[in-house]
Ligand binder design. Sequence first.
Ligand code: TPP
Ligand code: SF4
Ligand code: MG
Length: 281
Amino acid sequence: MEANDYKGRVKPSWCPGCGNHAVIMALRKAMATLNYQTHETAVISGIGCSSRFPFFMSTYGFHTIHGRALPVAIGVKEARPQTNVIAVGGDGDGLSIGGNHFIHAARKNPNITYIMMDNEIYALTKGQCSPTSRIGTTTKCNPYAWTADRINPVLMALSFNASYVARGYSGDVKQLENLILGGLQHKGFAFIHIISPCVQYNKVSSYEKIKELSVPLPDNHDLEDRANAMKYAFSSEGLYMGLFYKTERQTYEDRYREIIKKAKSQSCDNITVKDVMKQFQ
Ligand SMILES: Cc1ncc(C[n+]2csc(CCOP(=O)(O)OP(=O)(O)O)c2C)c(N)n1
Ligand code: SF4
Ligand SMILES: [Mg+2]
């Protein structure tokens, strides 16, 4: 497969310069490296500019409802474990309305990849503040200043024990490709936080600004040391980029299948309804 084989029939309708163009390019390249087949892959999104993603891919896709990409993606993986499942969406989709699903997906460890395109704004609805907007941001809805503290998505993923946690930004497609490739290969919940500038509604967090803030994670940091990964995520010295954390633990699907096997192994032939009711008395 070539990266272009994953181009959908619809051309990306994102604004010229939107960070999401780099993300889709990086994902297609990573998928080509793994020779992903389009009929064995599903890209699932919520609602937002970034969530238009599935339309632009030739794989299976599902543009669900706002904030619900993750539960649908987990359901697809559960029903068809052989499918490569990639959930995508924005900061609003994954941290506001879908924030609850994000933390529960992280702790359950389903074998899916989750790509969050963070532009620090609700772009589709024309620029309201999101959970990653910076204090002081002004928009049409907040003409004086945005007042709430920000969510740190990498720290959030680490604290809920996501088993693969990375951060990249749209100004570095090669790094994005590598981080996504690692996420696709990882068995478990792979979270990739991508700072993906919105050139239309967020003039503060521009490509230049993110580049200026970026600091590469040291090559030798221990990828299994979650506390250390949190230290980098929490750092005020700069915006660390790269792979923060990676660990292997049982996936949600594996645990679920074990339970099904166990239940099936227990014969119910001689059990009556009365026997069952007795357990509740
Ligand atoms: C239940 C529901 N509430 C609100 C909306 C309106 N809405 C659509 S997209 C969106 C926010 C999108 O922001 P984000 O996920 O960051 O995506 P972006 O457009 O920035 O890529 C909102 C609030 C909706 N579609 N459905
Ligand atoms: S409004 Fe912003 S996020 Fe939406 S397509 Fe344009 S640049 Fe991208
Ligand atoms: Mg957004």
